[in-house]
Design a protein around this ligand. Sequence first.
Ligand code: AKG
Length: 278
Amino acid sequence: MINKPLTPEQIDQYNQNGYLIIRNFLNGEEVEKLYHVAIDDSTASRHAINVNDSTGKRSKLSLWYNPGDDTYGLLTRSQQLVDSTNALLDGDTAVCHFHSKLMQKEPRVGGAWEWHQDYGYWYKNEFLLPNQMMSVMVAITDANIENGCLQVIKGSHKMGRVEHGFAGEQVGASQHYVDLALKTMELVYVELKEGDVLFFHSNILHRSEANLSDKPRWSMISCYNRQANIGYNDSASSMSSITPIEVVPNDALLTWGTAGLAEEGADFLAKEADVALK
Ligand SMILES: O=C(O)CCC(=O)C(=O)O
């Protein structure tokens, strides 16, 4: 894993654009481990939720609130990721973990995600400060235009929250505001190689298309929050979003020898839960 602080230029890029890509964040051995753990993870599969897009194509996601001593948790809690999010988030209270998701977009069936802001959902959880919330996508497989990589509207985090309503089973941003944003702001396809990492602001407009290719697109997304940013209506995450992360050394991912998610303690989003809670 990369082991160095973000530079002032990288922090500035994040603040200007609403996202930041770090190439080769994980080394080959780390990605290999993450990939094998993910594909063999029966606990994650048992807790996977299907999310249909408006055309009936289906993505799978497993979502948990407590990052443990499993492979994903050690990555989420790694010194490098926590220090990086600490450098990017507004505010100065401790960095906490809101939730993490294993996102599986299978070849030819993996569905699209509508335009949205993560804060479009998290606002409903009554977190007040979007600049103190962000997501980090770790590419477990390559993500490209063919297999439905993430798309972002560069700089759209500066618009603030826009209205969201239901679009099929998903919650989507007002298309009118998306269209207005696209008049002046650039649409960027965030193509990632396995092991690359994308940091993105909770108010950046993003979406992805269905995976029509013959290659899977898997990623892990961890969402971070500052301790002082209380989600007053965040009953789902049982305090994880305001509990400081127990940071682990970067090499824990490889040296602690753990595997997939544990049934106990992870606190999964229940299958019957409203997907809008995310
Ligand atoms: O993984 C994707 O394609 C989209 C995920 C996403 O937009 C989200 O989790 O907020």
